[in-house]
Design a protein around this ligand. Sequence first.
Ligand code: ADP
Ligand code: ZN
Length: 624
Amino acid sequence: MFHKERSATPTQNPTRIMKALPTEKANPKPIQILRTVFGYDHFRLKQEELIGRLLNGQNALVIMPTGGGKSLCYQIPSLIRTGTGIVISPLIYLMQDQVDALKQLGVKAEFLNSSLDARSRYRVEQQFQSGTLDLLYVAPERLFMPDFLNTLAQTPIALFAIDEAHCISQWGHDFRPEYLQLAEIRSRFPNIPCIAATATADEPTRKEILKQLSFTPSDLFVTGFDRPNIRYTVVLKKSVKNQLLRFIQTEHPKDAGIVYCLSRRKTEDIADWLTKQGLEAVPYHAGLSAEQRQVHQKRFLNEEGLIVVATVAFGMGIDKPNVRFVAHVDVPKSPEAYYQETGRAGRDGLPANAWMAYSLADVVMLQKILETSDADQQHKWVERHKLNAIVGYCESVTCRRQILLTYFGDTLSKPCGNCDTCRTPVETWDGTVAAQKVLSCIYRTGQKFGAGHMVDVLLGKKTVKIYRFEHNTLSTYGIGKGHSANEWHSVIRQLVAANLLSVDIDGYGGLRLTQSSWAVLKGEEEVRLRKDPEPERPKKEPAPKPSLSNTPEEQALFDALRNLRLELAREQGVPPYIIFHDTTLIALAQQRPQNLEEFGRIPGVGDVKLKRYGKAFLKQVLSH
Ligand code: ADP
Ligand code: ZN
């Protein structure tokens, strides 16, 4: 506090002035900081409560979806409490971005990680020790260097914030051994409040985080998992490149998006192909050189409409708020992966799409990968369960969001209205007899053939394979002529999804009956199936508009503001969204402030940004 007061120069930094005020009473309220520094009017979800806890010196474990606003929960108390807020994050490539964004707001923030040279590191450490920093982002390996621990002990600390807190848990999907040491921070600094935050943590993971950090169960705060602005859609894979192209061209021309594939080769192939179709797309996978990956990631952040076609290697910590779509051209391996990957869309809260193309062949391949891996039986059992859950999601006849949220232990009392099954309700039919035909056909052919051959037998085809195995002599040969091949494939997929059939992974992917199949065969259980929509069936209502303004004038002004933003971003070498988010530009285009005072009331415009950019953007608005 003392150091901070000395360093405060009232004309430079509004947050500094507030923080330096000596009496308790004069301390700024969180809501004031929210308005003057960040330019927002209201707190979201549990932000206010969490900020209050930290100001009281209490701890918190926060499970909040991506884009929910976790960072404000520790940034604001760091600005109010005496001392520097220490943010521990494993994502060192994100720190620069976060720190740049804070500096734009006039917050004194720096980072320490292996990417800094000795001289910059020294400079940051000096600033930290002299007490002038509001926030310091630190990589865990740096935190635990003995020298740094000593410095910590001698410098006033406002709080500790542990980002990506699931990394502390061996149950989590991203365990990092160096995170285990964080327990030590807690025992060394028991009186400094600590907030741990993550977007994904199931029950065992949450318990372990609480235990490792010596938190109590009442420190846990879970906000809903719902991302209402994301529209979920699953289509049946036919000719996936063309389906993807049509999706992008109709719903997201000029938008930034991520396309996820299973294999490296496919990312290159699809990126290439999209480029040939006139879109801007680059591949990203672990096989590319580190430089190449960095170039592509930087382009994605700094440009407005680039598509990255990637394996799961891409995206951890991608903070770009205006990713308008995430497309999966292969089925992801679990609902967790799907939720995390689709969660990168629409962090700014504006409409975004999560689109997936799905096929049984994908599922069979994932099962094969799973069964042939070296993992132990327990682990495989868990993974199998997750894969079944994602297949169930794909084949669902009810609201996708409800299924997804239920999986994560969250609830949504009525269908969402913003997923494909809600928008175009799925027709169902009584598939009991069809199911019986398939099941008995599989049984009679010895439970060792795949879907293609089964459909041939049901349709009474004359193939070499059928004659070789004499399947033309079976009672089930040709009993399925009432349905098309596509329909039979759909029936089989849905039976697999409902666990009325399983796929033999050890052999050649043959279909097998399960325990539950018998109830259907004996007529004890009815089967309801979904009718697959025709691939070209038009949507009932148009897709969310990627251009977010209503009138052509608004759109033109929005485009002009976007260009100005890009220009300013280039001058400073920062991503455009660090200057203003799309939400702010849209509000500017719609509300057209006429002077700086009105400009300051636009969401996302705090005092410092108003000073820095108000004039330039206002000029653009007025001249339009
Ligand atoms: P998370 O870390 O949970 O993924 P962030 O903290 O990055 O989310 O916040 C996501 C976005 O929401 C950011 O652009 C942030 O500025 C914005 N935001 C956070 N809190 C609020 C709020 N109370 N009002 C308006 N926007 C907010
Ligand atoms: Zn829905």
